[in-house]
Design a protein around this ligand. Structure first.
Ligand code: UDP
Ligand code: MG
Length: 319
């Protein structure tokens, strides 16, 4: 292994932010970790702006900069997986291209895995300052829900910004699932992780790639990937409603026998039928989610396709 540290940065349309973040990383590395050999592995996730051109230019000028470019946009999770697969360092750092993951924390992260005996050091935001209120609210709600429903530890406010040792990276790479939810996978592999907290920082330039809808889909992905509790909920609600209707039937029969009441109330019956139909469809939808994920998994498609790169695809860390 030629490098000690690999810094993996997924980039999707980051032409405005990337030059600043690379400069900042170089500055911090030179000032605080001058003896640590490093490579910066940029994963271009099918950018449609000038990001790839910029990356190639950076790589031409600096031999420490490696890049992979996807044939189209595969999403950040795929970029993380590709980056980890091609990182050669004994330690690997994942960070965003927009300086929302402060490079100032790099020395602290590096110290945690090299001197303090941790296998990984991760970061979490303790504030969500500068983020839309609705978005923060739903994010909090999601972490509460997944915390309850899943037995894997998923930390509220956790960033993907973390350092890992080889053992940790290899464990992550062993999970070749197509529907990747890294925040859960990081927790799933276990090991000893140190948590470092910081205040939210807004991105330096460019725009967030996450719309509310994209985040919603991502959270459903997380829930389906790390919990089967919603499936159990279907049986539970079904059981409760059956019991309820059993009691109600007995009530009606007894009432008829004792008081001879005619059975009336068509409108209430219609409401009950709609209600039950709705619940059935809702849970059918949940079952469908799991089925869809299973369908994608059994297809066993590659997680990403590389368009071009300056790292060897076979044995990327040799030579
Ligand atoms: N990103 C990516 N592919 C995507 C979307 C985002 O590789 O489809 C990268 C993006 O370039 C950035 C990181 O993931 O480095 C985080 O994205 P962003 O800053 O838009 O997310 P936010 O910080 O707003 O959650
Ligand atoms: Mg960001």
């Amino acid at each position: 292994m030629s490098q000690t540290l690999s810094i993996v940065i997924p980039c999707y349309n980051e032409q405005e932010a990337l030059p600043q973040s690379i400069a900042q990383v170089r500055k911090i590395m030179a000032a605080s970790l001058p003896h640590v050999g490093y490579e910066i592995l940029l994963v271009d996730d099918g950018s449609t702006d000038g990001t790839l051109g910029l990356i190639k230019e950076l790589a031409r000028k600096d031999g420490r900069i490696k890049y992979l470019s996807f044939s189209r946009n595969f999403g950040k999770e795929a970029a993380i997986y590709a980056g980890l697969s091609h990182a050669c360092g004994a330690y690997v750092v994942m960070m965003d291209a927009d300086l929302q993951d402060p490079p100032e924390l790099l020395p602290q992260l590096y110290h945690a895995v090299t001197a303090e005996g941790f296998d990984s050091a991760a970061t979490r935001r303790v504030t969500r300052r500068g983020e839309p209120v609705i978005r923060s609210l739903f994010a909090r709600l999601f972490y509460k829900l997944i915390g309850r429903l899943s037995n894997v530890e998923i930390m509220d406010g956790a960033r993907d910004f973390r350092i890992m040792n080889r053992k940790f990276v290899d464990a992550l790479l062993d999970m070749k699932e197509y529907n990747r939810f890294s925040k859960g996978l990081f927790g799933w592999v276990g090991f000893h992780t140190k948590w470092i907290e910081f205040e939210n920082v807004e991105r330096v330039a460019g725009e967030t790639k996450w719309s509310f809808w994209k985040l919603f889909k991502y959270s459903v992905e997380g829930l389906v990937a790390f919990s089967t509790a919603p499936l159990v909920a279907a049986s539970l609600v079904g059981f409760l409603l059956c019991s309820l209707s059993g009691v109600a039937t007995v009530f009606i029969v007894v009432r008829k026998l004792l008081f001879g009441d005619p059975v009336d109330g068509w409108s209430s019956l219609a409401c009950i039928m709609c209600f039950l139909g709705g619940i059935q469809l809702f849970f059918l939808g949940i079952v469908g989610q799991y089925l869809a994920k299973t369908y994608m998994e059994v297809k066993n498609r590659p997680i990403y396709v590389i368009g071009e790169s300056n790292v060897a695809q076979e044995k990327p860390c040799k030579g």
